[in-house]
Design a binder for this molecule. Structure first.
Ligand SMILES: Cc1cc2nc3c(=O)[nH]c(=O)nc-3n(C[C@H](O)[C@H](O)[C@H](O)COP(=O)(O)OP(=O)(O)OC[C@H]3O[C@@H](n4cnc5c(N)ncnc54)[C@H](O)[C@@H]3O)c2cc1C
Length: 342
């Protein structure tokens, strides 16, 4: 569990960070809170020659700031810690789905160190990938992690989850992304050509290896939520082995706008940990708009959520149980939203 050698760079500005990333290409890796990067380096899942520590930018930029206005909505800098977000009275009041999802991430120590930017750029996870080098080598590696020299005279790497295919099913295992998808969030990204914006829903590629639409020379700088999403009812339900700390095995986020007669004006539902990306269940929104609560409607939406979820084998649970929990969580989250509780 020792880390390989690397050079640590501490950029003085966002532009400086981007030029260091551009200069080193695939040899460089960003580290923010380090709560995911450091364990992964210790397990030798990757070996960057240069680590770009962006935590220092919190002091010289708006990267850790959180701003809200009724005109411009919410902007959270990529270096805002998870604790700052889930303990913020503003987020709890205006964006309860986000406060609740972030409060379930890891344990208090990781939430104090971990940042929202790191959470949205997390590596995908898999039972056969997140293991020691010894364990992985005995299997001969996999599509996501190729072990050098392990294949002399044999076939190349395979996916141990779905051995017949050439697709990597490592699961998206972050909790903030599904909540932010239900809030129609957008990302701010800095790169050599300046800043760009991308809807969060387009950021995830649903590919366990090539997980996010972020160039090697780009830095996530902020996430924005439109003002029109403030005040929506919302909730997040998560399945994990130990409630005190573990990554999700399945998660369902719901945000809903309900009128005084109990009719849904707008709703969004998103899943995590059951595909290589966090995904919106598009049909769910279509089914719910203009409807009042009924057991039949809630069952129909729960079925739509199950059809989107494609959990495969992992440790700690079975695909059948995880899909079933997606159904249970969808029902619970919708019933709560309609009852008015967040
Ligand atoms: C025991 C344990 C339990 C955990 N449980 C959970 C859990 O339940 N749910 C969950 O969601 N996570 C969990 N995590 C993972 C982690 O703690 C959080 O996801 C955290 O938010 C990651 O943020 P970080 O700043 O530490 O990211 P880092 O580890 O610094 O980085 C994570 C990834 O994001 C990239 N990155 C970071 N910031 C940027 C940026 N601004 N621009 C571009 N790329 C960037 C890094 O290069 C890296 O690939 C757990 C971790 C541990 C150790």
């Amino acid at each position: 569990m020792t880390m390989g050698a690397f050079r640590l760079e501490r950029p003085r500005s966002v532009a400086d960070a981007v030029s260091i990333l551009a200069a080193h290409g695939p040899d460089a890796m960003v580290v923010a809170g380090g709560t995911d990067v450091v364990p992964n380096l210790q397990m030798k899942l990757f070996a960057p020659r240069v680590l770009v520590d962006i935590k220092s930018l919190a002091k010289v930029s708006q990267l850790a700031a959180m701003e809200w206005s009724p005109e411009n909505g919410l902007r959270i800098g990529a270096l805002a810690t998870l604790t700052t977000i889930c303990e913020s009275p503003l987020i709890q009041e205006k964006f309860p789905v986000l406060a609740r999802a972030v409060a379930t991430i890891a344990g208090p120590l990781q939430r104090n160190m971990g940042t929202i930017g790191g959470n949205l750029c997390l590596e995908t996870r898999c039972h056969w990938y997140n293991q020691s080098g010894f364990w992985r080598k005995s299997l001969g590696g996999c599509l996501k992690l190729k072990v050098p020299d392990a294949f002399a005279g044999k076939d190349g790497p395979i996916c141990h989850v779905a051995p017949g295919g050439k697709f990597c099913w490592a699961a998206w295992s972050g909790d903030a992304a599904p909540a932010l998808l239900t809030l129609d969030a957008e990302l701010e990204i800095a790169g050599p050509a300046g800043a760009r914006h991308i809807p969060l829903a387009q950021f995830y590629k649903n590919d366990g290896m090539d997980r996010i639409a972020l160039g090697r020379d780009e830095l996530l700088t902020a996430v924005r939520v439109p003002a029109r999403m403030a005040g929506r009812r919302g909730n997040y339900h998560k399945l994990r082995v130990r409630n005190s700390i573990d990554y999700p095995l399945a998660g369902v986020a719901v945000s809903m706008d309900v009128d005084s007669r109990g009719v849904c004006r707008d709703a969004r539902l998103a899943l995590t940990a059951v595909n290589p990306a966090p995904l919106l269940v598009k049909e769910a929104g279509e089914s719910l708009i203009g409807q009042a609560a009924s057991p039949e409607l809630i069952d129909r939406v729960a079925q739509q959520a199950i059809r989107t979820a494609k959990p495969l084998t992992t440790s700690g649970s079975t695909p059948v149980y995880r899909r079933d929990m997606v159904r249970v969580f969808t029902r619970r989250a919708l019933e709560e939203a309609w009852r008015g509780g967040s």
